[in-house]
Design a protein around this ligand. Structure first.
Ligand SMILES: [Zn+2]
Ligand SMILES: [Zn+2]
Length: 137
C-alpha cells in the first residue's frame, strides 16, 4: 500500500509505504496554536517508511512532556506537515490534514485533554488521556 500527502501549495509531497501505527487527537497548548484553536490530528508512521520531496523548515521547541519536538512546515504556504520527538527519531507524526485521503487517519485516542478549553468537542467514544500517553513503540 502507499499513502500520500503534502502541503497546501504542493511544494512538499510525501509518500508512506506502510499503514499508520496510531492516530491521536492532541489538545496540548502548542497544538492549539497549530490547529487554529482546535486540537490537531496526528498519524504516526515509522520514520524509515516516509519519503519526502520538497523543502521543509524546522521549528524546535520543548513540549509540555519535556521532549524536544521538531515541527516541520512548508516555508511557502506555512502548512505544518510533520512533527518528531528528538527522543524517538524512529517515529514521525504526520499532521492528518495533509493526507491526500483523510480517511487514512482513524483516531483512537485523545491526548492532553487537561489543556483543552471548556468548549472543546472531545469524542467520548475514544479513550482520553489528560497528559502525555506512553510512547507508541
Ligand atoms: Zn506548501
Ligand atoms: Zn499536541
Amino acid at each position: 500500500m502507499e499513502i500520500t500527502g503534502g502541503c497546501l501549495c504542493r511544494a512538499v509531497r510525501y509518500r508512506v509505504s506502510t499503514p499508520p501505527l496510531a492516530t491521536r487527537v492532541c489538545w496540548c497548548r502548542l497544538c492549539q496554536y497549530l490547529g487554529a484553536g482546535s486540537g490537531t490530528v496526528n498519524t504516526c508512521f515509522p520514520t524509515e517508511a516516509v519519503s519526502v520531496e520538497g523543502e521543509l523548515r524546522d521549528y524546535a521547541s520543548i513540549a509540555d512532556s519535556g521532549n524536544v519536538m521538531h515541527r516541520r512546515f512548508c516555508p511557502t504556504c506555512g502548512t505544518h506537515v510533520f512533527s518528531e520527538a528528538e527522543a524517538r527519531p524512529h517515529l514521525i507524526f504526520v499532521r492528518a490534514g495533509t493526507l491526500d485521503d483523510p480517511e487514512v487517519a482513524q483516531p483512537a485516542a485523545t491526548i492532553w485533554t487537561s489543556q483543552a478549553p471548556s468548549w472543546a468537542c472531545i469524542n467520548t467514544a475514544w479513550p482520553a488521556v489528560a497528559g502525555q500517553p506512553p510512547p507508541v513503540s
